[in-house]
Ligand binder design. Structure first.
Ligand code: SF4
Length: 226
């Protein structure tokens, strides 16, 4: 597909999905924070759970006055583990957040707003060097905070893109393909996840009601097989 055709397809998908979905802030944890450290903590907390649970854990931390990297280290693992329990995998997530807090203090004196001046590729590399932070978490941060041109692929996006027939393959291959299609990766990321949660569900996707069904590979091939 030519580059201009890919862009038109991306615009069509965004325009149709924007018309049917209203995005609420609490559906995407990182949308609720301006501070880069808290954005990262919220993304870590939302790993393997819902954004709703991640937000509950964030509220517990903030109510306990724990907001800055130094506050986390001062509180200690046991207290953090308790406060974030609702988000699941609390031991693992606490350890990741603590490593992130130490890194923030060591490299940026606890002030991650300094990342605004850095090259996103360098930030990505540094973040994935922290155990517990993978490419998806780093890319979500890059898109939400640095507004960088990257495309985080989560399970919903993977499934929706694959079914539509617009991207497939490894994390990096899909990322490249989706970047060619969508000019606003943050908007596309949010809308495709919402579509995966509401309509293009893993089991029993609501294809008959789907606004993308006229060009969806999965739907068209299932119809031709019937
Ligand atoms: S038509 Fe079905 S499979 Fe295709 S995007 Fe819509 S819900 Fe998903």
């Amino acid at each position: 597909m030519r580059k201009s055709m890919k862009r038109s397809l991306g615009e069509l998908i965004i325009s149709r999905l924007s018309k049917i979905y209203k995005i609420k802030k609490n559906e995407f944890a990182p949308l609720n924070f301006k501070d880069p450290f808290l954005i990262l903590v919220s993304i870590i907390l939302s790993q393997n759970t819902t954004d709703k649970n991640a937000m509950r854990a964030m509220k517990s931390l903030i109510s306990a006055g724990i907001k800055k990297p130094q506050d986390f280290l001062q509180a200690g693992n046991e207290k953090i583990k308790e406060l974030i329990r609702v988000a699941g995998l609390s031991k693992q997530k606490t350890e990741t957040i603590m490593r992130l807090a130490k890194w923030s203090i060591k490299k940026y004196k606890g002030d991650l707003t300094l990342l605004k001046n850095e090259d996103p590729a360098k930030v990505f590399k540094e973040l994935i060097g922290i155990k517990g932070i993978g490419p998806k978490t780093a890319d979500v941060f890059l898109v939400f905070y640095l507004k960088a041109r990257t495309f985080p692929i989560d399970t919903h996006i993977k499934r929706v893109a694959k079914r539509l027939g617009i991207a497939d393959g490894s994390y990096d291959v899909m990322k490249k393909e989706l970047l060619e299609i969508f000019s606003d990766s943050m908007k596309a990321h949010i809308l495709l996840i919402k579509h995966g949660r509401v309509t293009c569900k893993a089991i029993n996707p609501k294809c008959e009601k789907c606004v993308l069904n006229d060009f969806c590979k999965y739907y068209l091939s299932s119809k031709s097989n019937n």
